[in-house]
Design a protein. Structure first.
Length: 195
């Protein structure tokens, strides 16, 4: 005799995603240090043992979130490196557009990074992310880069991150905000490319 609920069974990936989403939500509400695995399990409506099946620690959850985020960024970097060099301006604009899309889709995760910088360093996630930013920066820099142009290109990436936080509480359409941030970043890279 087979027993069970009438609800469809979730795939393991769905459960993993739910855990990540709830953990990120709780951390955003009360901070990284104040969030426990017990609270995550309670919010999910599962036992701690069920949570342990997927993640042994809170740190494992956070690392998994960043690993998932790094995959499309790594793909973007690989794509950029395959493009003709020196990198044409249109390719640089495409890099910024694609990166902006990833930032927009992962906004809660980037908010976590901003608000929990000490934990980022402890988990070495910060160093991994910093390495990716250097790789992206390398693809945006002009061939004969000056210090001023280096600052412009770095500022383009930084403005994409900072813009999300500056505009977070500003009324308006999220897509318009994303495009405004992208426009500023693109202007900086264009200026560096043409100088």
């Amino acid at each position: 005799m087979v027993t069970g609920s009438s609800k469809p069974r979730q795939r393991r990936g769905d459960t993993r995603q739910r855990i990540q989403d709830v953990a990120l939500e709780l951390i955003a509400e009360q901070g990284y240090e104040k969030t426990s695995l017990r609270e995550i399990a309670e919010r999910l409506g599962v036992t701690k043992a069920a949570l342990y099946y997927h993640f042994k620690t809170k740190e494992d959850i956070v690392v998994s979130l960043f690993s998932d985020l790094m995959t499309p960024i790594d793909e973007l970097i690989a794509w950029a490196k395959e493009q003709p060099h020196p990198v044409p301006l249109e390719t640089k604009r495409e890099i910024l557009t694609r990166y902006g899309t990833e930032l927009h889709q992962a906004a809660p995760l980037f908010r976590f990074m901003q608000e929990n910088q000490a934990q980022m360093r402890e988990l070495s996630i910060g160093a991994n992310f910093k390495d990716r930013m250097h790789d992206l920066l390398a693809e945006l820099l002009p061939e004969d880069v000056t210090l001023t142009d280096r600052v412009r290109c770095f500022s383009a990436l930084f403005s994409m991150h900072a813009g999300m936080f500056v505009l977070r509480d500003v009324e308006g359409d999220p897509e318009e905000k994303r495009l405004a941030i992208l426009e500023v970043a693109t202007d900086l890279v264009t200026q560096a490319h043409r100088s």
